[in-house]
Ligand binder design. Structure first.
Ligand code: AMP
Length: 631
């Protein structure tokens, strides 16, 4: 048995001792009584009885040894700004933010919704919430008012922290009008809104509700706000993610399990050491941003580089220039970004000294071989894929080089990470597939390891019913991904089993997009599918049935398409905008009225749509075929 195989085996068969050892990587205010309370499966209570604080572990505990070392490096190529905070300075800023939030009435257990661009104040707000034991809910800045309103209603925040605007590719994107509209749409009304004014866009304050961050900060400049020691099982945050239904789920994360899982992953998977710099190009609105822009690197005592801008602006060398300047040792990005860079000359990359870099990690979507080969060749460093989900918070599959060096295989994100008892299940019978090269659903036998979702926010039943299946006597979590495992225990991901699509690493529910399209006055119904795309992995393509088929003559089809796209932009945000909208008179459905999205997708990708015996009207699929030349 290899060292890693033994490490993994111990994490499953000797769970308590294994995770007790990992728990020593973080500071506890009060030791835990029990490593894992799994008395009410599938609900796992990790480190029950223990007390700690996530902000203390990310910031305060480093003051003794590294107060003057870099903690947060912020670079914006959008506004041409660069700011570096030491741990001491970060500590001060987080306390100022915590004092402001306290002043606005935020207490332990309250929710604070953060709707912000990639600016340091977003990280201050997250860490300040953790400091107070308040539960943050970061909403990606690319989401528009409809999505934001849904999340406001679900999280019911006391306070919202936001900013006047973001910027992308030099174009200012005002946030405030979207936020005001979302609050108008929402049933729940936050009592206060804290606004960071970047001077990018007008953001008129609502009297009695909106507070200006700079003014508030000046009033709380020297305030010390102690960490609130919370139970290990206390929720640290919720983060919304898409699934099969139109309503996103609030993934709820704990405190103790999360701190331990991140600290362990920094050591065993990412191999980042205190005093070094970690650069994750994600956004704080996504799970990678939570785990590996904010909490993971800081918990490990590393500086984290937070970047606002595009990978190709001012030129495609910008990321590598930052690697050189800040001596980045660990870098993390998504395959889409690499595919974008690949379109440019590799000389941009070679112009910079990348000797500090140890490895590049990629995640969020399938990594195709040409992309992996290109980037590995261009940087001359290991490229390590890792597969996980918002739900899990850290990798399910990867290579744990920190435990034992193992080769990566192109096309595979790697093997089961310690703590995850990964199984492949037969889709129909639920039976475990134990042989090599069999296709099944990737599943995890409970309990999920520390750091994974505790439940769906305020909806335990949805958590249990959505994710868990009982397979003779055992409770198993479904990832909703297809996969196969080879003889060496390496997995290959073969796509989602549900109606989730992945556009440029962004997870979108086709139902959500269909519902947004249906808001357009002319639309009777819509089907959205993910279609393979050379750069983004997948793009959304919509097939729409109009209330009045005569509505669209050849001349107005393009106009109507643009108009429907605008509806999606306004409701969900441009990230959910379909790449194409095509008009049909009927959608392929089963006789019981179920939309045959998989058949539509297969036709769009010129694959065999499979068994269509249950289809109501074969002519509907033919209409989609007829659109193929332009779909
Ligand atoms: P999210 O919750 O947004 O992180 O999306 C999770 C989903 O993205 C997974 O269920 C997979 O479908 C996909 N995914 C994430 N990482 C990878 C990867 N390394 N390879 C293939 N698919 C991935």
């Amino acid at each position: 048995m290899t060292r890693y195989a033994d490490f993994h085996r111990r994490s499953i068969t000797d769970r308590e001792a294994f995770w007790a050892e990992q728990a020593a990587l973080v500071d506890w205010h009060r030791p835990f009584d029990q490593v894992c309370d799994y008395s009410r499966p599938p609900m796992a209570r990790w480190f029950a009885g223990g007390r700690l604080n996530l902000c203390h572990n990310a910031v305060d505990r480093h003051l003794a040894a590294r107060a003057d070392q870099n903690a947060l490096i912020w670079v914006s190529t959008e506004t041409g700004q660069e700011r570096v905070y030491s741990f001491r300075e970060l500590h001060a800023e987080v306390q100022r933010m915590a004092a402001i939030l306290l002043g606005l009435g935020v207490r332990q257990g309250d929710r604070v919704l953060i709707y912000m661009p990639m600016i340091p104040e977003a990280a201050f707000a997250m860490l300040a919430c953790a400091r107070l034991g308040a539960i943050h809910s970061v909403v990606f800045g690319g989401f528009a008012s409809g999505s934001l309103a849904n999340r406001i209603d679900d999280a019911a925040p006391r306070v919202i922290v936001s900013a006047d605007a973001g910027s992308r590719g030099g174009k200012v994107i005002p946030y405030k009008p979207l936020l005001d509209e979302a609050i108008r749409l929402a049933t729940h009304k936050p009592s206060r809104v804290l606004m960071v004014d970047r001077g990018l866009a007008p953001a008129p304050a609502v009297a009695g509700r909106d507070e200006d961050y700079a003014t508030q900060r000046a009033a709380h400049l020297d305030e010390a706000v102690p960490c609130v020691w919370v139970e290990a099982t206390h929720p640290s945050y919720t983060l919304y993610t898409s699934g099969t239904t139109g309503k996103p789920k609030g993934v709820q994360r704990d405190t103790g399990g999360y701190a331990v899982a991140l600290a362990a992953s920094m050591k065993h998977i990412y191999q980042g050491n205190a005093g070094e710099t970690y650069f994750s190009t994600s956004d704080i609105g996504w799970v990678v941003g939570h785990s590996y822009i904010v909490y993971g690197p800081l918990i490990a005592g590393m500086a984290t580089l937070m970047y606002e801008g595009l990978p190709v602006r001012p030129d495609p060398g910008i990321w590598w220039q930052l690697v050189e300047k800040y001596k980045v040792t660990v870098m993390f990005t998504a395959p889409t970004a690499v595919r974008v860079l690949k379109k440019h000359d590799a000389s941009y990359l070679h112009a910079h000294d990348l000797s500090s870099l140890r490895a590049l990690f990629l995640a969020g979507e399938p990594l195709d071989e040409p992309t992996a080969q290109w980037i590995a060749g261009a940087i001359g460093k290991p490229v390590i894929d890792n597969y996980w989900q918002t739900e899990t918070g850290w990798p399910i599959l990867s290579i744990a080089n920190g435990v034992e060096a193992a080769p990566s295989k192109f096309g595979s994100p790697g093997m089961a990470m310690y703590g995850y008892d990964v199984k492949l299940l037969d889709e129909n019978t639920g039976a475990e597939l134990t042989g090599a090269n069999q296709k099944g659903v990737i599943a995890i036998e409970g309990p999920l390891p520390p750091g994974c979702m505790q439940t769906v926010w305020r909806d335990d039943a949805r958590f249990v019913n959505t994710y868990w299946k009982t397979v003779p006597g055992r409770l198993i979590y479904s990832t909703f991904d297809w996969g196969v495992r080879d003889e060496d225990g390496y997995y290959y991901i073969l796509g989602r089993t549900d109606d989730v699509i992945n556009v440029a690493g962004h997870r979108l529910g086709t139902r959500e997009i269909e519902e947004a399209i249906a808001r357009h006055d002319a639309v009777a119904e819509a089907a959205v599918v993910g279609v393979a795309d050379a750069v983004k992995g997948q793009v959304a393509v919509a097939f729409v049935v109009l209330k009045d088929p005569k509505h669209v003559g050849a001349a107005s089809a393009a106009e109507l398409e643009a108009d429907i796209m605008k509806t999606v932009d306004q409701h969900l945000g441009s990230l959910a905008r379909p790449a194409r909208v095509r008009f049909v008179t009927a959608l392929p459905k089963t006789r019981s009225g179920k939309l045959l999205r998989r058949a539509i997708q297969a036709v769009c990708e010129r694959r065999d749509p499979g068994d269509l015996t249950t289809m109501e009207d074969p002519a509907a699929l033919q209409q989609i075929r007829d659109h193929l030349s332009d779909a």
